[in-house]
Every structure is written in C-alpha cells, then in structure tokens.
Design a protein around this ligand. Structure first.
Ligand SMILES: [Zn+2]
Ligand SMILES: [Zn+2]
Length: 399
C-alpha cells in the first residue's frame, strides 16, 4: 500500500496523474498488471512486447483476412488444380452481392473489423501500458522525446481518428479479399511455376521498392501547403507519436495510399505471399516508427531507418518523408540536416539555413534538439547536436 502511494506521488510530481477518462484501461489497472508482470522474466517480457508490436502491425487494416483468403486459395488451387470459386457469372440479371462477385461479403467484413479492432485496442493498449505507463518514470531510457508526452486529449483524438480510418481500411480490405476470393479480376497467382522462380524472388524487392518509393512521393506531395493544411496536418497533430498514431490519418489520404498500395494486385503478376509479406513488414514498421520508442533497425535491414527517423518527421514536420528506405530522402535532399532549422511553417523538406532564421526560431530549434534522446541514435550519440563552435561557424556564414 505504502509503495502504491509513493508511486502515485511520484507521478504527481512529474505532472502526470491518471486520467479518469483513461487514455486506455491500462492506467487504472497499472498496479495489478505490474504485480503480475514483475514475475515474468525480463527477456520473456521483451519478447512479448515485440510480439505485441508485430501483431498490432499485422492486424491493422484487416489484412489478415486477405492472407487467410490467399492461403485457402493456394491450398484449393494445389489440391484441385483450379481456384476454389469461379461462379461469378451467374445471376447477372439482378444486382446482388453474388452478382457483383461479393458473395459472403458481410462475413468478411465482420471478421475483418472485429479482429482489427480487437488487436488495435488490446495490443495497442498493452504497448501503451508496457512503455507509457509502466516505464513512464524512466522515459529517458526508452523514449525518443523523453521530456514530452501528448496530452490525454490528443491521445483520445488519435485513438478516435485511428479507429475511424481503421474502420475504412478494414472494410476496403474485406471488400478486396471477398472479391478476389470469389474469383474476381486480379493479377494475383498462386502457383510459383506460372511465372518461374526468378520472378518469384524478384517480386520481393520490386513490390517493396515500388510501395516505399511511391509512399515517399505521396507523403511528400501531402506536405505541399494546400494538401498539408487540408488533409495531412491532422496526422501532424501528434508531435510525440505513439503506436495508435499509425492509422490516425485523414481518411482521404488513407484511401489514397491504400489504393496505390494494392495496384500490383491488378497490374503485374503478383504471387500473394511476397505481396502480403511486404505488407506485414510495412505495417510492423508503421507501428515501430510511430511508437515513440527508441527502436533500432537490425543488422539485416541496412535499408531501414531507426524509429527516430520518423519520430523526427513528427517533431520537425517537413523533412524525412520516407518510411522503410532512408535512401529516398538522401537522394532528393529531404533528409534532415544538422545545419538546418525545421518548423511547421518551413515547407518543402529543405529547412532553413541557420543564418537565415530569426533568433527566436533558432532558440526554439535548439530547445527541440535538446529535448531529443541520444539513446535513439546510432552509437547513442545525438546526431544533430550542435556544438558552440559549430553554431558560431554556421552563424558566421551570414552574408
Ligand atoms: Zn507527414
Ligand atoms: Zn507519421
């Protein structure tokens, strides 16, 4: 009991009190969960947390329904030598779900939404508890921006918006899965022999690079002033993003991205497995990159930026537009630079030179840099920290 009181006093001192509207249920039950969690060995706990992140990523958008469909179709194809259901041409005289090739749509839809939401809340809630509640007092050990937390209002905003967009994406996924499962038009294939092993392996990088480069440009385009103010700004309300931020984007933008992402399913011979493996990878990193936690890429992902890369995008706005390949920003000069100042009002990804900004802008920028966590960077060294000598030299270049 004494321990419990001490803890909440500590939380009070840190300016944080449990919110009765509870950002998630986890805050109210923190002590109970902690009691049990502390009995779990550390390494197992870490594995569970990673697994939770992965499952949230995988379940978002209801893509698991698509995967299920493709698995069953693959199985059906191999055992019978033909796809499972090809009877879409019947009953064209009246417009029904069957005639549209959408037989059993509601079943797809209910499952797609149900599982997406269950995962979003239960596992998103778990992650929130694991880091933001349980380890709130030592944020400097894990958080990209340890001194700053989103307000409960903003967290509720992102969960509401995230849920709405999730509803839309899950519905579209259900539609797509149902349509393909009923034998509707697509360029998806199931037998590797149809296009050979070379194309099978080539597809992995082709799909990954297509989607990532396309998303880079879409994202960059959504950062031009008109589109930014009317659509994308919504996602940038979250200066310290969390796992729930990943789907908290304007529905128009979310739809746009989803439609571009599924293009290969209708244009090039696409084996379902690489397509969804890449999709899962992308979702997984969407969660990681928005979590606000200092996750770093593994040795086998030399193309992948650390989580701080997209966290920087939320902290500094018009810079670092890429997602899973850091190279695009380097190629197009939109990668964050140490000698530039970035704010929400400086558009187009180049920032402003230090000798071009006002004293206030520079002061605000230096404070932002101070609030970052060196542990989120490679070698635990804040890559963008300016020494006094560097700062003097940069100001000195003023003409
Ligand atoms: Zn953005
Ligand atoms: Zn984002």
């Amino acid at each position: 009991m004494g321990n419990k009181r001490k803890k909440s006093e500590k939380q009070q001192q840190n300016g944080w009190t449990a919110d009765p509207m509870a950002v998630t249920w986890t805050e109210n039950y923190n002590d109970v969960i902690s009691k049990y969690w502390n009995k779990v060995p550390y390494s197992l706990g870490k594995t569970l947390a990673t697994l939770a992140v992965f499952i949230v990523g995988v379940s978002i958008n209801g893509d698991w329904v698509n995967i299920f469909v493709h698995v069953t179709r693959q199985w059906g194809y191999n055992s019978r030598g033909e796809t499972a259901n090809n009877s879409t041409q019947s009953n064209l005289s009246e417009i029904t779900l069957e005639s549209l090739g959408l037989q059993n749509f509601w079943t797809f839809w209910v499952y797609s939404c149900l599982v997406s939401y269950l995962m979003y809340y239960v596992l998103g809630g778990f992650l929130h508890w694991y880091y933001y509640v349980r380890q709130r007092d030592n944020a400097e050990e894990w958080k990209c921006q340890p001194k700053k937390f989103m307000s409960p209002e903003l967290e509720r905003h992102e969960i509401t918006l995230g849920s709405l967009t999730l509803f839309m994406n899950a519905s579209i996924s259900a539609l797509l899965a149902c349509y393909i499962s009923n034998g509707g038009y697509s360029t998806v294939y199931y037998d590797i022999a149809d296009y050979g092993w070379l194309w099978y392996f080539l597809q992995w990088p082709v799909i990954f690079i297509y989607q990532d480069y396309m998303t880079y440009w879409m994202h960059r385009i959504y950062h031009i002033p008109f589109l930014y103010r009317n659509f994308h700004k919504l996602h940038h309300k979250y200066k310290q993003p969390t796992a729930f931020s990943v789907t908290a984007i304007h529905p128009v933008e979310a739809l746009h991205i989803q439609l571009m992402d599924i293009l290969p399913l209708f244009t090039i011979p696409t084996h379902w497995f690489p397509f969804y493996a890449v999709a899962l990878y992308t979702y997984y990193h969407g969660i990681i990159d928005h979590s606000g936690v200092n996750f770093k890429a593994y040795w086998w992902q030399p193309w992948q930026p650390d989580a701080i890369f997209h966290d920087n995008h939320h902290q500094y706005f018009h810079v670092n537009f890429g997602f899973n390949i850091g190279y695009w920003d380097k190629l197009h000069g939109t990668y964050r630079r140490k000698d530039r100042v970035y704010t929400e009002d400086i558009f187009y990804g180049q920032g402003k030179r230090i000798d071009e900004v006002s004293a206030e802008e520079l002061k605000a920028d230096l404070e932002e840099r101070e609030s970052e966590n060196p542990l989120a960077y490679r070698d635990n060294k804040m890559e963008f920290k300016l020494s006094d000598t560097e700062l003097k030299a940069m100001k000195g270049t003023k003409k």
